[in-house]
Write a protein of this length. Structure first.
Length: 288
């Protein structure tokens, strides 16, 4: 069977190049095959899988054909940059040399943005030496970091210093009282009035809440339901902190006359926050 016959089979019958391995280095035959399906590139010779125009022809049909290009071509800095610039998902097809290159990924982040890391290699996302300088380029880089690095104090602090947010912090650190207090001391909290990101354990830690509610009264907003329904939890707050956190108590507590009496006794400012329907009862109870 000659080239003409093979081309006819491929173009007319859509026969796979895999059926004609002896023609895998024939450029016309390979081009005809990849025009049918980009993945046909995998059956081409190494020479043609490393030829830019053949690879691009295959990618016109299927962008994922890039994975079948030669390692050498996928390690070509400019060729890969141009592909990734058009479609950031293609970063996952970088050759081995580039897929773990800190310097190359820093360039990608700087020129294309942090979301270029969405499909980046696991090794890069777990590379501390890459992440720390990367957060200086884009504050949102940490959201792509591995679980291990999102629980690394040095990486997290670097991220927050450059404007990153607490939401990307790993669960271990979100529950680490000492670490969170370090962030408070260094004024590194980027959303000081919102603590929804705080770890479950700290949301249930009354000592933590007592110690920091004066400076951060909205901490009580994210306290556990159990704490927000506990009389002794609120009555431990001194004035004027109690009046600042009182609004976060559950409705049942706000309608508990004994609780209200004690709260107003501790902090008179609470009186103005008592629900209207309880004010007459409170006044009568205080008069006794």
């Amino acid at each position: 069977m000659d080239t003409k016959d093979v081309l006819k089979r491929i173009t007319t019958d859509k026969t796979s190049l895999d059926v004609f391995p002896e023609f895998n280095d024939n450029e016309k035959v390979v081009e005809a095959a990849v025009k049918n399906e980009g993945k046909e590139l995998q059956y081409a010779s190494e020479r043609l899988r490393g030829k830019k125009d053949v690879v691009l022809l295959a990618m016109n049909q299927d962008k994922h054909a890039l994975q079948h290009a030669t390692e050498e071509l996928r390690n070509n800095r400019d060729f890969m940059f141009q592909r990734i610039k058009k479609d950031k998902e293609l970063v996952k097809y970088l050759g081995e040399e580039l897929r773990v290159s800190q310097e190359y990924h820093l360039m990608l982040v700087e020129k294309l943005g942090e979301d270029v890391l969405e499909e980046a290699a696991t090794e890069i996302k777990d590379d501390k030496d890459f992440l720390i300088p990367a957060v200086k380029i884009d504050k949102n880089i940490i959201r792509h970091a591995s679980k291990r690095l999102r629980d690394d104090e040095e990486v997290v602090i670097a991220s927050l210093r450059w404007g990153g947010t607490e939401e990307a912090i790993g669960e271990k650190l979100k529950n680490d009282r000492n670490f969170i207090e370090t962030l408070m001391e260094k004024n590194l909290l980027t959303s000081q009035s919102e603590f929804g990101w705080l770890g479950k354990n700290l949301k249930e830690d009354k000592e933590f809440m007592w110690d920091h509610a004066e400076k951060y009264p909205k901490l009580i907003e994210v306290a556990s339901d159990k704490l927000k329904a506990t009389k002794s939890f609120f009555l431990k707050f001194p004035p004027p902190v109690l009046s600042k956190v009182f609004t976060h108590a559950v409705e049942e507590l706000k309608e508990d006359i004994n609780f209200l009496l004690e709260a107003v006794h501790i902090d008179p400012g609470v009186k103005d926050l008592v629900p209207k329907k309880m004010r007459k009862q409170l006044k009568k109870a205080k008069a006794k």
